[in-house]
Design a protein around this ligand. Structure first.
Ligand code: GRG
Length: 295
């Protein structure tokens, strides 16, 4: 099996795990449950649960305890996208090639679907206590999930991003935004994998550093793709960063340096990964793929 086939199999496996934890669309609140399912089942690369599972495997993890956390991280990621697309934030009508949640269900239901997914994420992650008696590891993983998704993680990054919208920001502000807005959930994904597999404190610290690099490379690559792949709006091709008037790594450093830096940062992550006393070839290839991806 080549890497691409392996990747497809992994995504299929992850989709099946996520579906296991989704609500049935029944009862008086079936509209919000439908909106939650609509948003999480819209596709997506499932990179965060994949990084989590592969980091768990890297440190020898073989149990089902990782599964509720894999679903939970994708629920949190999805809620962040649903809220990011709202009129009060990016006001986007399309994502992943289909209508955004609020465009279908209305703004109020978009807010509630995001809130519903965030709460469901913690309810789901807490199910790990029914699967394993490694209570201390699970509690540490839950804490990581809350911190990295919260005001000292993704929400903090998004807030600084919103506050600086349309302003001429410097590299240090951009770095802060990227580290938190994009990086924090990637750090949570990989660190939770390590924690649940029982990795040492020293190795968990190394994983945080690897994930920080992966998150940064991933976001810069996203900026590059924004420039190199065009969107059609009203029949006219435009670049998505042009649409949002955003300052990005590419607008500050230029396209060539951005490409160079993605490669450097990714290689740094891979060197750190290969310096551990554990090996996971698939994880290494997955990280490499982040710089060659085209969406
Ligand atoms: C609203 C609290 C709150 C946070 C929003 C994730 C986010 C923070 C905003 C989305 C906008 C954006 C470009 C964020 C950077 C992270 C990023 C590249 C998200 C897209 O993740 P992918 O590419 O998406 O993994 P898929 O669709 O594949 O799941």
């Amino acid at each position: 099996m080549n890497f691409k086939e392996e990747l497809i199999n992994h995504v299929d496996e992850i989709e099946a795990i996520i579906k296991q934890y989704l609500p049935h669309e029944a009862g008086f609140q079936k509209t919000v449950l439908g909106a939650m399912n609509y948003s999480i089942l819209a596709g997506g690369k499932r990179i965060r649960p994949m990084l989590m599972q592969e980091t768990y495997r890297l440190f020898g993890g073989k149990e089902d305890v990782i599964k509720p956390f894999m679903a939970a991280i994708e629920m949190i990621h999805t809620y962040s996208l649903v809220h990011d697309d709202l009129p009060a934030m990016d006001n986007d009508e399309y994502r992943r090639g289909r209508k955004t949640t609020h465009a279908i269900y209305g703004e109020a239901m978009g807010i509630l679907a995001g809130d519903g997914l965030l709460n469901l994420a913690f309810e789901t992650a807490a199910r790990a206590f029914d699967i394993s008696i490694e209570y201390e590891r699970i509690a540490r993983a839950l804490r990581l999930l809350s911190v990295k998704a919260g005001a000292f993680g993704m929400i903090g990054g998004q807030s600084v991003d919103i506050e600086n919208d349309g302003k001429q920001i410097e590299r240090d502000t951009l770095d802060f935004i990227y580290r938190l807005k994009t990086g924090a959930l990637i750090e949570a994904s990989m660190m939770i994998g390590a924690v649940l597999a029982g990795a040492s404190q020293e190795d968990i610290g190394k994983v945080e550093k690897i994930a920080e690099n992966v998150g940064l490379a991933f976001q810069i690559q996203d900026d590059i793709l924004d420039v190199t792949s065009t969107l059609e709006v009203l029949g006219k091709p435009i670049h998505s960063d042009e649409k949002n008037h955003k300052i990005t790594y590419v607008t500050i450093e230029g396209l060539d340096k951005a490409k160079e830096d993605v490669e450097k940062i990714t290689n740094n992550a891979r060197d750190l990964l290969n310096g551990l006393n554990f090996e996971n070839m698939f994880l290494d290839k997955l990280i490499e793929m982040l710089i060659t991806r085209e969406k």
